[in-house]
Design a protein around this ligand. Sequence first.
Ligand code: MN
Length: 474
Amino acid sequence: MLKIADYEFWFVAGSQFLYGEEQLNNVARDAQAIVDKLNASGKLPYKVVCKGVMTTADGITQFMKDVNYHDEVGGVITWMHTFSPAKNWIRGTKLLQKPLLHLATQYLNEIPYATIDFDYMNLNQSAHGDREYGYLNARLGLNNKIVYGWWGDEEVQQEMADWQDVAVAYNESFHIKVCRFGDTMRDVAVTEGDKVEAQIQLGWTVDYWPIGELVDVVDAVSEQAIDAEYAKLSQTYTMNPQDNPAAKFESSVRYQLREYLGIKKFLDDRGYTAFCTNFQDLKGLKQLPGLAAQLLMRDGYGFGAEGDWKHAALTRLLKIMAHNDRTVFMEDYTLDLRKGHEAILGAHMLEVDPSIASDKPKVEVHPLDIGGKDDPARLVFTGADGAGVDVTVADFRDGLRIISYPVDCRKAEAETPHLPVAKQLWTPKVGLKAGATAWIEAGGGHHTVLSFRLSEQQIHDLGTMLGMKLVEIC
Ligand code: MN
């Protein structure tokens, strides 16, 4: 798996001097206790670091500046244990350039009727402290995340965990570099886009490289390196030569492994974490990268077919958010419009990520009937059952739009003996007719990222953080 930087999140409690030094010590103690227990829960994917109590505008401003300049900090978590006058937060919060989570919680999850007194009330003021603080964030138009509820509840911890994954994806979005081998497919509109706008809005670097430079690297891969990869492949997947003569099958598979190792080296040497190919632009390559693209996606690289750099970047971005768990480049391939069966069959000619396979993928070699190249090797498998979310990005003159719907995924209803591709069936939760109509109306294309791991809420939070126009079909 392509590595993701190890982030941490800084936690502070808001307070003031009104109730004396002793109460501030209590605030610090309780904040540390919450952080320790959150870390010990094992629920959060990234560590939380307690940075103490914030009481003054100068202190808060310095804290936010420090957050901005520490690359390992993924975002800030704030909690108002007492009343924290929100004017103190204005300057610092305006300077903050990272995701902000307002944890609207209370130290105890009950009202201690028998013992409650004014000492208790001087300390435990989240009920109104959170509103004072929230007012300011709303007024600044911050689009911060609010997680409300007792910090010890599993549901609250899960919401925090989901937000951490989104926040890390947000930070990593500015490091995504897409390598375009060739241009986009001729005449196609939806794969085009404004690469400058994508870099301004989402941080994506999108570069062109001539296919000839890749060919040099692919051709230089050693036979020994391919031998080792072939052995690994035979152990992981089922080799299925069918009618192909043994020598033809093996040489086709070996050529895809040559492409896999060559593309990987090309990307790694230049710091790219996503790439796209175009079957119209393969001069010097013997096969369209099929198995090669599938193995690279499995490893965590982003990919878009037909030169689709937007979905190459989106695949990488959502893979980071999902820890590379069942989150894949996809295409709306063909439809089942019969009543009671309404569904989209998702696939691609070759390039479907095997991380959603519910059976053991088979390595097969078949003609492609497109592009005029040698028969490419690919992994053929069946997708999985379960809830998911399907996401696309479309480019308009007023910026990039993120369009999504929650979906129910199923295995294809039957085998397709004459269509040797990997397949996944799904239906939008709002129904195929309503879902697809809204999708088409919003300008959503046929390339998507399908995830079994991410939620619609996370896509909402990501789009909000990135300042994208959201179209949520749910
Ligand atoms: Mn396509």
